[in-house]
Write a protein that binds this ligand. Structure first.
Ligand code: NAD
Ligand code: UFG
Length: 340
């Protein structure tokens, strides 16, 4: 790479902002493109404070090809990390076109404009949701894929599209990263996950109960075939995930084609184990009630993360205590998230 400037689409969001910190720490320059449909510019101001470096920002939609062309005309971009997307599973069922348009059309527009400018290093945010309800655990990258909702469908389609693109032209260098369950926050507690309204995901909900914003947690089902009957997931610290992107980007320099990696820890924890760990880390009670299963949930999901370790030389190093402590640190310092 002659330049080390990385375009980060969706860089103001939860994973994007943490990845900007990791990129800047690794010596890259970043340029963020975000439409702020699910984030605030304040996250990037805080990334600047953490890193002591500038984070230039373009407010635009990734589907806007002219805006993308301006970015590539004005900057010498070495590669792109593409986070920009919508991620609420329930909303995707209610508004599928919104998800296919944003997530699929946005990813197509981005790759088209990258091709026009000869920038062909691309890291894409996929999800463990592409494994559907896995027949076996831990989940390897070569397991069967399926989508159980339009959000998952959009991720599968983009994987397919980027795979076809790389097969059509060997000068593309693409990493498709399948995240398991990202949680936690930067250890400064100044950036973190800031969901709009009622959180869908476990950890933000638990944090909001601990800080007193919600009365109790609903535990969606205690009759799964798991250690204590509650759902098991592979929670991964968002800074480990962020560092995985930096590793993938460096690794891509000597590769061609599209390559899939699970980014997880390889260990599953149940809902009740996470609640206990959070209570310990925060020293706050997290009252909960057992409620019926959530439609669409599966019993257990955790990664075989050995391919990323073998090929990228990357491994998650932060444990659930660090995940809970850092999530709590962020929540306590920012009880209502980023200010408007
Ligand atoms: P997030 O909502 O915090 O971040 C996404 C960012 O993209 C936001 O800043 C949003 O404003 C921006 N954005 C959305 N659509 C855009 C568009 N059309 N143009 C420009 N910007 C746009 O979500 P996150 O948790 O940081 O997730 C980042 C990516 O990782 C998403 O693609 C998501 O699907 C994927 N992912 C997330 C998880 C998770 O549990 N958080 C798991 C697997 C995969
Ligand atoms: N859970 C509760 N109560 C809650 C929220 C969650 O008991 O209030 C349980 C769920 O039933 C599940 C576990 O906590 O057993 C984790 O649930 P999350 O919603 O945090 O995470 P999921 O694994 O269900 O979903 C996440 C992402 C999806 C993605 C999926 C697969 O949110 O976008 O992983 O990768 F599709």
């Amino acid at each position: 790479m002659t330049t080390k400037k990385i375009l980060v689409t969706g860089g103001a969001g939860y994973i994007g902002s943490h990845t900007c910190v990791a990129l800047l720490q690794a010596g890259y320059e970043v340029l963020v493109l975000d439409n702020f449909s699910n984030s605030k510019a304040e996250s990037l101001r805080r990334v600047e404070t953490i890193s002591g470096k500038k984070v230039p920002l373009v407010q635009a939609d990734v589907r806007d090809r002219e805006a993308l062309r301006d970015v590539f005309r004005q900057h010498s971009i070495a590669g792109v990390i593409h986070f920009a997307g919508l991620k609420a599973v329930g909303e995707s069922v209610a508004e599928p076109l919104k998800y296919y348009d944003n997530n699929v059309s946005g990813s197509v527009a981005l790759a088209q404009v990258m091709a026009e400018f000869g920038v062909q290093v691309l890291v894409f945010s996929s999800s463990a949701t592409v494994y559907g309800d896995p027949a076996q655990l831990p989940i390897r990258e070569d397991f069967p894929l399926s989508a159980t909702n339009p959000y998952g469908g959009s991720k599968l389609m983009v994987e397919q599209i980027y795979g076809d693109l790389a097969a059509s032209d060997a000068t593309w260098q693409i990493a498709l990263l399948r995240y398991f369950n990202p949680v936690g926050a930067h250890s400064s507690g100044t950036i973190g996950e800031d969901p709009n309204g009622l959180p869908n995901n476990l950890m933000p909900f638990v944090s909001q109960v601990a800080v007193g914003r919600r009365e109790f947690l609903n535990v969606w089902g205690d009759d799964y075939a798991t250690i204590d009957g509650t759902g098991v997931r592979d929670y991964i610290h968002v800074m480990d995930l962020a560092e995985g992107h930096v590793r993938a980007l460096a690794w891509l320099q000597n590769q061609s084609g599209a390559h899939v990696f699970n980014l997880g820890t390889g260990r599953g924890f149940s809902v009740l184990e996470m609640v206990k760990a959070f209570e310990l880390a925060s020293n706050k009670p997290v009252p909960y009630r057992i409620s019926p299963r959530r439609p669409g949930d599966v019993a257990a999901v955790y990664a075989d993360a050995s391919k990323a370790e073998r090929e990228l030389g990357w491994k998650a190093v932060r444990d659930i205590n660090a995940m809970c402590q850092d999530a709590w640190h962020w929540q306590k310092q920012n009880p209502v998230g980023y200010p408007d």
